[in-house]
Design a protein around this ligand. Structure first.
Ligand SMILES: *Cc1c(COP(=O)(O)O)cnc(C)c1O
Length: 398
């Protein structure tokens, strides 16, 4: 197989992650071995040529401007991101979780149910609770590991206000049937695009399909800031105006609270300036991510492990995930080869200690099946060919 052209990190630090504590680390044997890994799961200190200078220039531009929140960079980012996605409105907020919560609040339903998947990290569960809505879990399609019209259909009743579909691991699934179902039942469809920024199906970007869509710019996401950030996009002018009020204390005009449930949730000017620059590289970086996954797919062919493919533009390869019946063993083999791995996500939402008492629904067989078998491998644009080779060597032996 052809080598993928490398993206030339100017400061290659294969051991870089060893010096930084892992944000989510529990001191298990595996996270310790991840921190000694030769191939890290991600390394945000690697840059493409000129990126470091661009970041410094962006920050200096903001510092010199005297505008630190909701200034010209933020307005320009909202405009440019909406144009990039092909939607009418973009509303910057402080995080992806806020984007989910505020989009649910923008529905203006005092109570109701949100139907979502239980395999997507719990963000929608947390946001729905914060918005005062209850949650019902639908199972996922075994191929896409995303919701589908078939899995959502049995969960719909009069109480349902919205379906939140998460484009898991970077896959924008075909939403045509699900969207039609939601529309016919008067239920809002909200896309969680936190892992799928830039994905495109039938010429339309993720975020342009639902009534609203939530994005996260957490640093490890495909479009990442230098801190937290998020956005909600929509083609609906009334959702747009509700969102603009809700992110700003619920104000209609200054000091006049028009909408209850408002918050302070702002994307700051420095993050907006950085995101404007990085947006220009997003498609190229997503291609590079797909090429990494293609190498893994090829290496695992004929073995007992299935690498979830990321072939067309509808997949932006946020994570490279394999599905294997022998996860503990496979994880051990990667650890021996000093390749970092992770599980996204080990505990489905309906099994989470804080939520499980509320779960009264039936079983979620595909969700449970996948939670025991998925394993995430290193995947980011600046992985080197040598690092990819090392991962592939382990895959070939499975
Ligand atoms: C990261 C993520 C979020 C939350 O984004 P934050 O910016 O960390 O709040 C929501 N949904 C999904 C699917 C995510 O991956």
């Amino acid at each position: 197989m052809e080598r993928i052209p490398s993206t030339y990190p100017d400061r290659l630090r294969p051991n870089g992650s060893a010096r930084r504590p892992n944000r989510k680390s529990r001191m298990t044997e595996l996270t310790q071995s991840n921190s000694r890994a030769l191939v890290p799961l991600n390394d945000l200190s690697r840059r493409y040529p000129g990126e470091a200078e661009m970041l410094v220039a962006s920050v200096e531009r903001v510092v010199g401007s005297g505008w630190y929140v909701h200034g010209p960079e933020h307005a320009a980012f909202e405009q440019e991101f909406a144009t990039f996605l092909g939607v009418d409105h973009c509303v910057g907020v402080a995080s992806g979780t806020d984007a989910l919560e505020l989009s649910l609040r923008a529905l203006r339903r005092a109570h109701g149910t949100v139907v979502t998947a239980a395999n997507a990290g719990g963000y929608t569960s947390i946001a729905a609770r914060a918005a005062g809505l209850s949650v019902r879990y639908a199972d996922v399609n075994p191929d896409s590991l995303c919701l589908s019209a078939e899995t959502v259909f049995p969960c719909l009743d009069q109480s349902v206000a919205a379906v939140v579909v998460t484009h898991l691991y970077g896959l924008l699934p075909d939403l045509k049937v699900l969207h039609g179902l939601c529309r016919s039942r008067g239920v809002a469809l909200i896309e969680d695009c936190a892992q799928a920024t830039g994905a495109k199906r039938h010429g339309r970007r993720a975020g342009a399909f639902g009534d609203m869509a939530a994005f996260s710019f957490y640093p490890t996401k495909n479009l990442g800031a230098l801190g937290d950030g998020g956005a909600v996009v929509t083609n609906d002018a009334s959702y747009d105006s509700a969102l603009r009020a809700l992110r700003h204390y619920g104000w209609g005009e200054r000091y006049v609270v028009k909408l209850a449930g408002g918050r302070n949730s702002r994307l700051d000017e420095i993050q907006a300036a950085v995101l404007r620059e990085r947006l220009k590289f997003l498609d190229a970086q997503n291609s590079r991510r797909r090429a990494v996954v293609a190498r893994y797919v090829e290496a695992a062919a004929g073995t007992g492990a299935r690498v979830l493919p990321a072939t067309g533009t509808e997949h932006v390869a946020h994570l490279a995930v394999i599905v294997t019946d022998k996860r503990d063993h496979v994880r051990h083999l990667f650890s021996e080869a000093r390749v970092a791995t992770e599980v996204h996500y080990p505990i489905p939402d309906h099994r989470q200690p804080a939520f499980r008492s509320e779960f009264t629904g039936g079983t979620l067989p595909e969700t449970e099946h996948a939670a025991k078998r998925v394993l995430t491998l290193p995947c980011f644009p600046n992985l080197t060919d040598e690092e990819i080779d090392r991962v592939c060597e382990v895959l070939r032996g499975l």
